[in-house]
Ligand binder design. Structure first.
Ligand SMILES: *Cc1c(COP(=O)(O)O)cnc(C)c1O
Ligand code: SF4
Length: 340
C-alpha cells in the first residue's frame, strides 16, 4: 500500500473529487471476518490462512453489489479467501506466465512485438483471489518516477515499441498527478503511439474516473486506450456505467477483459449478460481469458473444452462484436494463444 498510503497523506488537503476515490480505497474491507459479517454470512466461510497468504481487499461499493446471505455470490467468490486456495494442484505454480523471465529492467515486461508492459505500481484496489500476480515480487517494482527511469529509458531506446501498456497492480491506484508525469514522459518518446491502461478501478471504485484523469488522457499526443476488467454483469451497475460514459464521451476507446472463472461466470447466461451489459455501455468485449495456472487458484479453473463450448454458445446468441476472443497466455509464445 506504500504508494496509495503516502499519496493519500499528501493529497488530503486537496478538495474533491480526489478525496472520494481515495476515501473509498481507505475504507475498503481488509478483513475476511468483516466481509462475512457485512454480507450476513458465517465467518467460517472465509479461510484465515488463505487471507494470510493474500490479504483481503474489497472496496465497499463493490461489496454493496453482492447479495447478502449468498455464499455463492459471483462477486463475493472473486474476493473471498477460501480453504480451497490451499489445494496443491499439479501444474499450478507461482510464476504461471513466465513474467520473471521476461522482465527487462525492474517493472518492464517485454514479451510481445511492439508492446511492452510497464508495472506502474504493485497496488490494486481489489484483491482478486484468482489473480496470476498474487505471488509477483512487487517489492521490486518501481515505486516513484525516479524508479521508472530505467524502464522509460529502455522504451526510449527501443524503436520497435509502439505501445506501452500500463499494468500492475492497478495503474489507476496512482494519483492523477503521478500518472500525468508518466504520460508526459511517454509522450516525449516519438515512436510510442499508444498508451493502454489495464485497470479494474473504474469497475470497483468508479469514482476513480475523475475529470482530471480524463483530461490527462486526452491531453496527450499518444492515443489512449482503456482496458477494464469485469467478470460479471452485476459489476456494471449504474455508478460504473456513468464513470465509463465519461471516458467514452471523451472519445477514449474502452475494451474489457474477463477471466473465465468457475462459479463466477462459467454459465452461458452469465457470459451473455456480461457481454450485453458491456456493449450497452459502449465497452467492447476484448478477451475472455483462460485462467492462468497460478498456485492457489486451481478451484477457479474451467476446462478449456467447456470454455470452447461456452464461446460457441455465445456466438449463437450475440452479435459478432459482442463475443470476446477466448485466449490463453502460454509462456514463451509471441502473443496470447487464441483458443476461439
Ligand atoms: C497480455 C500481454 C500483452 C498484451 O497483449 P495483447 O494481445 O496486445 O492484448 C502485452 N504484454 C504482456 C507481457 C502481456 O502479458
Ligand atoms: S492485478 Fe487485476 S486481477 Fe490481479 S488483483 Fe489486481 S485488480 Fe485483481
Amino acid at each position: 500500500m506504500a504508494i496509495v498510503a503516502s499519496d493519500l497523506s499528501s493529497v488530503r488537503a486537496t478538495p474533491s473529487p480526489y478525496l472520494s476515490w481515495q476515501a473509498a480505497v481507505k475504507s475498503a474491507i481488509r478483513d475476511a471476518g468483516e466481509l462475512c459479517r457485512e454480507l450476513k454470512l458465517p465467518p467460517e466461510l472465509a479461510s484465515r490462512s488463505a487471507a494470510d497468504s493474500f490479504r483481503v481487499f474489497a472496496p465497499r461499493g463493490f461489496v454493496a453489489k453482492m447479495v447478502p446471505g449468498d455464499p455463492a455470490d459471483p462477486l463475493l467468490l472473486q474476493v473471498l479467501p477460501r480453504a480451497d486456495e490451499a489445494e496443491q494442484a499439479d501444474g499450478f505454480v507461482r510464476d504461471a506466465v513466465g513474467d520473471l523471465d521476461a522482465t527487462r529492467v525492474p517493472g518492464l515486461i517485454h514479451k510481445y512485438h511492439g508492446r511492452v508492459l510497464l508495472i506502474a505500481t504493485g497496488v490494486c484496489a481489489v484483491h482478486c483471489r484468482y489473480c496470476f500476480r498474487r505471488h509477483f515480487p512487487y517489492e521490486d517494482a518501481p515505486k516513484s518516477l525516479a524508479a521508472w527511469r530505467p524502464a522509460i529509458e529502455t522504451i526510449a531506446r527501443d524503436k520497435s515499441v509502439e505501445e506501452v501498456i500500463l499494468s500492475g497492480g492497478d495503474p489507476l491506484s496512482l494519483v492523477d498527478h503521478l500518472l500525468e508525469r508518466l504520460f508526459e514522459e511517454l509522450d516525449r518518446i516519438s515512436h510510442v503511439k499508444r498508451v493502454r491502461i489495464h485497470t479494474r478501478l473504474p469497475i470497483v471504485i468508479p469514482e476513480r474516473v475523475t475529470d482530471e484523469f480524463v483530461r490527462c488522457l486526452t491531453a496527450m499526443r499518444i492515443a489512449p486506450i482503456v482496458v477494464v476488467h469485469a467478470n460479471h454483469a452485476r459489476e456494471l451497475a449504474e455508478d460504473v456505467s456513468t464513470a465509463l460514459a465519461k471516458l467514452r464521451q471523451a472519445g477514449i476507446p474502452i475494451l474489457n477483459q474477463t477471466v473465465l472463472l468457475r462459479g463466477v461466470n462459467d454459465q452461458v447466461d452469465s457470459l451473455v449478460d456480461l457481454s450485453r451489459a458491456l456493449v450497452n455501455v459502449g465497452v467492447m468485449p476484448y478477451y475472455l481469458h483462460q485462467l492462468d495456472r497460478v498456485a492457489g487458484a486451481s478451484h477457479f479453473e474451467v476446462p478449456v473444452a467447456r470454455g470452447l463450448e461456452l464461446v460457441e454458445q455465445l456466438r449463437s446468441k450475440l452479435p459478432g462484436y459482442a463475443v470476446p476472443r477466448y485466449v490463453q497466455e502460454v509462456a514463451g509464445e509471441s502473443g496470447k494463444r487464441i483458443l476461439a
